[in-house]
Design a protein around this ligand. Structure first.
Ligand code: NAD
Length: 297
């Protein structure tokens, strides 16, 4: 079944995601504030929408991939936006990484207009977007999830229904809070080992099979040597940039504050990543925090 899909936000992630929908045979009406992004979309077989209103009126399905919650609120709920112009029954998928409160507010407003909607943030980065191998963490009603699945399958490999509205965003920030904290913990251990004269490879061999093991150590080791595939061996070229980690840690802190959860290590991780980014690390891989902790960034 092919559909008319509206796609707003044709950036680093949204551009290639929209192209995968084109390749699957859908008519994809793309819209972005950047003329260059619109032209790249048209060159790859998509169509340029003249604006949000025209796109929303014609689309059966709308996907958004925007920078932050304020953009998503504006595009959906603002004057001339999606909810004002789309037909009732239009399926809405927001794949941006945004705050849980905004995701829930927009989904509730869509539901009032009779439009099923899911929040479906992703992990997998630009390579996953281009290769159609993203992981989608999806929040929303069962029927909305089932309706969205065929489109998500085109853009991703792993599609997980995390529960009701906003739970996709919740899953993403909880996971990335674990990741940020554990990367700092592993990095501190390697810095301490260096000072104590313990070889990095020895620490890796021991801890990767002992109680200190975790993904940040065994799949993404922050020092060069033990794991040839990790960004540490490429001078910390991302990978997953420190500024993206900081964005997710800040979203986790906002959610902790609005829900009353105590996340002291999450707060500390956000603060350390903020310092690392401010000292020039923003474009480096997030595992580069080891250099900051060592005092060599
Ligand atoms: P990006 O800045 O490359 O793309 C965002 C696009 O949205 C831009 O092209 C911009 O012009 C467009 N845009 C902004 N406001 C608009 C508006 N009002 N109308 C139309 N277009 C508008 O960002 P990205 O890297 O593609 O990230 C998009 C989202 O995906 C973010 O929420 C990010 O956190 C998330 N994400 C990114 C990655 C990654 O590796 N880049 C990984 C996972 C999740």
């Amino acid at each position: 079944m092919t559909s008319t899909v509206g796609f707003i936000g044709l950036g680093n992630m949204g551009g290639p995601m929209a192209i995968n929908l084109v390749k699957a045979g859908h008519r994809v009406l793309g819209f972005d504030l950047s003329e260059a992004a619109m032209s790249a979309h048209a060159d790859a077989g998509g169509e340029k929408a003249t604006g949000v209103a025209q796109m929303a009126a014609e689309a059966d399905v709308i996907v958004t991939m925007l920078p932050a919650g304020k953009h998503v609120r504006q595009i959906y709920m603002g004057e001339g936006g999606i909810l004002e112009n789309a037909k009732p029954g239009t399926l809405l998928i927001d794949s941006s990484t945004i705050d849980v409160d905004s995701a829930r507010a927009v989904i509730a407003a869509a539901s009032d207009k009779g439009m099923p909607m899911v929040d479906a943030p992703v992990s997998g980065g630009v390579a996953g977007a281009a290769g159609g191998t993203l992981t989608f963490m999806v929040g929303g009603a069962d029927e909305a999830f089932e309706a969205a699945r065929p489109y998500l399958d085109v853009m991703g490999k792993t599609i997980v229904h995390a529960g009701g509205a906003g739970n996709g965003q919740a899953a993403k920030i909880c996971n990335n809070m674990i990741l940020g904290i554990s990367m700092i913990a592993v990095s501190e251990a390697f810095v301490l080992a260096e000072r104590l004269g313990l070889d990095a490879q020895k620490l890796f061999d021991i801890s990767s099979t002992a109680s200190g093991q975790c993904w940040s150590l065994t799949s993404y080791c922050p020092v060069p040597g033990p794991l040839p595939s990790s960004p540490a061996n490429r001078d910390y070229q991302p990978g997953f940039a420190a500024e993206m980690m900081l964005k997710d840690l800040k979203l986790a802190q906002e959610a902790a504050s609005s829900s009353g959860a105590a996340t002291p290590l999450g707060a500390e991780a956000a603060s350390l990543y903020s310092l690392f980014c401010n000292s020039g690390g923003q474009g480096q891989d997030f595992s580069g925090i080891v250099k900051f902790l060592r005092g060599t960034s």
